[in-house]
Design a protein around this ligand. Sequence first.
Ligand SMILES: O=C(CO)[C@H](O)[C@H](O)COP(=O)(O)O
Length: 426
Amino acid sequence: MVKIQVALDVVEPDRALTIAKEAVAGGADWIEAGTPLIKSAGMDIIRKLRETFPNHTILADMKTMDVGAAEVEMAAKSGANVVTILAAADDAVIRDALLSAKKYGVRIMVDLISFPDPITRAKEVEALGVDLLNVHVGIDAQMTGVSPLEKLRQLAAEADAEIAVAGGLTPETAREAAQTGADIVIVGSYIINSDNVSQSAEDIRKAVDSNETTKTDRKSKDEEMIEIFNRVSTSNISDAMHRKGAMQGIFSKTPGKKIVGKAVTVRTFGGDWAKPVEAIDISGPGDIIVIYNGDRNIAMWGGLATLTAVNRKLEGVVIDGAVRDFDEISKLDFPIFAANVVPNAGDPKGLGEINVEIICGNQTVNSGDYIIGDDSGVVVVPKERAYEIARRSEEVWKREKRLFDEIRGGKTLAGALELLKWENQK
Ligand SMILES: O=C(CO)[C@H](O)[C@H](O)COP(=O)(O)O
């Protein structure tokens, strides 16, 4: 039977133990002390896991690169059954780690993460005596859309060792992995960031054990991004961008309406509304007109422009400037984000450009960048990094869902995050 390994990639030991219990209740067989957890809590977390789960396989994800024997000894003496060594480590490291593993009765799993030719390396480490390999796409690389399944397919056809697979697995991809020849399916985020850890572990268990070969429709990256940006909030996205991307001073004037789409940029001046309304005519469904006007006290958007935008099925408008006609706009179902509302309008002089780089709310916006607006504000995601940011913001969103669950269960936010321990010590 294919084993399920839950990867405890959190930095708070108490949370890790709670999550591990819930994951085991849902069907996880192996418990991984993830690398961040080991770096945060040291070998003590291995000891605690061993004490809590005397009969489970515990993997210490040391990701060792040097001094293999000593690190294996440490993990083994603390209670681990399996210790990871990086495939990129020198053969001497792996050989010595294997000797130490024999001495202390543990197994070595060689992690092929980021190795340029993992199949050749897998055969080399097999020849050294390794019998447990991990085909692995790391968390950061996953965010750029890389999956471990193709490499797994190749390795399963060539290797004799037991094969583990890791890299953002979900029930669908875990099932595919099991059917492709994985012996151990390693799942972190899908389980540990769930607001129902046991249920998520059970979903993986059921998927891995099922014989179904349901083909899931592969979405385009663009569809996937739009779906994710609709699910997460501007706050999640800003967190994923290391607090960057938020427009300053621009907020929803139509609360409760969220927008997700691609920017059609307009630069204009002092209430000149010609280019903004011309931009409506070259835009369509999914587009968001993003306007820099240079004057926040003269309206360059109003009821007539809004009705035209509704007719052309635009997603919304974002204006570094002012809007008017809210008596009319409030009757139209159209999201408007702006800096100000005033009754006085400018003139259509035709100054400015469409689809050039602009600054809006102190953020640079290029045509085609992703714009997301909700009741917290508006964020700009540069099109070149949009997929990665979408995936990272989904991880933020999931982690927060899990924290909500813990707080509902009685924890405080400071307690759940062990804030006192993590205050800046500098
Ligand atoms: O070792 C790891 C990262 O280096 C993770 O534990 C592994 O990738 C599984 O987590 P996820 O399912 O979130 O990818």
